[in-house]
Design a protein around this ligand. Structure first.
Ligand code: PMP
Length: 284
């Protein structure tokens, strides 16, 4: 694979980052994942807008323009012959010598890394046909989940807990309400109504969430943006999650309780079709 590191395109074995880099030492870094379908970037602008916001919120600077980001993404997709998959992008605060809690002086260059991940047949994930099963775990993450940082330890532990329990993913619960999935935004469906947590610092503002809700409105579905509980989810007709790499994924079980008839729901399936079809049309 050819990867991008600080202005250079290199074989992955040659891309080296300092042991003093704050991304490595302190998790002082933000990231984005942009999906690739049919060799085209999906929701590129949305991901770059969120990246700029994450950088701003953490007072990080990185002087790469939108046009340059696009050129790097496209070049990596082309060089690596990616048809379906994604582009991972990470910006760290760089380093200025020894470990120090204080930010390095202004002008310290950020470390910028991008690489592609090929996932042939991404849009035909068999999990979407059977639906996935989730467990709930307490949300022990920090309170700025709206910033897409690389501090993913609790998300990683939650996925391991789900795996150990023989399930597919975990939903985070805080103060009795579901915040989001370990790496996705989640939704429950009652009749023609979709319920999903409102945007705040408690959850990541999913790019897929924004588009799927817009498409749902256009499909005359009702949307209620508010927190919901595990009990309410277990009593719902269906549930699903959204993320850039999984699109719309039906959920058929929450903490051991089957939803509806235990198979992917009508609304979830329809939204998945609409989202994938639309994405193929508007990819750049
Ligand atoms: N929440 C969390 C915690 C995530 O990690 C992700 C995936 N990056 C999402 C939500 C979904 O965001 P998006 O639709 O932009 O991929």
């Amino acid at each position: 694979r050819t990867v991008y590191l600080n202005g250079q395109y290199l074989p992955e074995e040659e891309a080296m980052v300092s042991i003093f880099d704050r991304g490595f030492v302190m998790g002082d870094a933000v990231y984005e994942v942009t999906c690739v379908l049919d060799g085209k970037l999906i929701e590129f602008e949305g991901h770059m807008t969120r990246l700029e916001r994450s950088l701003r919120e953490l007072e990080m600077t990185c002087d790469i323009s939108r046009e340059e980001w696009l050129a790097i993404h496209r070049k990596l997709v082309e060089l690596n012959g990616v048809t379906d998959g994604g582009v991972y992008l990470q910006v760290t605060r760089g380093n200025a010598g020894d470990r120090d809690f204080h930010f390095p002086p202004a002008g310290t260059p950020a470390t910028v890394v991008l690489y592609t991940q090929s996932k042939p047949g991404l849009a035909n994930d068999p999990h979407a046909l059977t639906g996935i099963k989730v467990i709930s775990v307490p949300d022990l993450r920090w309170h700025r989940r709206d910033i897409k940082t690389v501090q993913l330890l609790w998300a990683s532990m939650a996925k391991m807990m789900a795996e150990k329990a023989g399930k597919d993913d975990a939903w985070f619960v805080e103060d009795g309400f579901v915040t989001e999935g370990s790496s996705n935004n989640c939704y429950i469906v009652k009749g023609n109504k979709i319920i999903t947590r409102n945007l705040s610092n408690d959850i990541l503002h999913g790019i897929t969430r924004g588009s799927v809700l817009k498409m749902a409105r256009e499909a005359q579905l009702e949307i209620e943006e508010r927190p919901f509980t595990i009990e309410e989810a277990q009593a719902a007709d269906e549930a699903f999650y959204t993320s850039a790499s999984a699109f719309v994924m039906p959920i058929v079980e929450v903490d051991g309780v089957s939803l509806g008839d235990g198979t992917p729901g009508r609304v979830s399936q329809r939204l998945r079709e609409i989202y994938i079809e639309e994405s193929r049309k508007v990819g750049i």
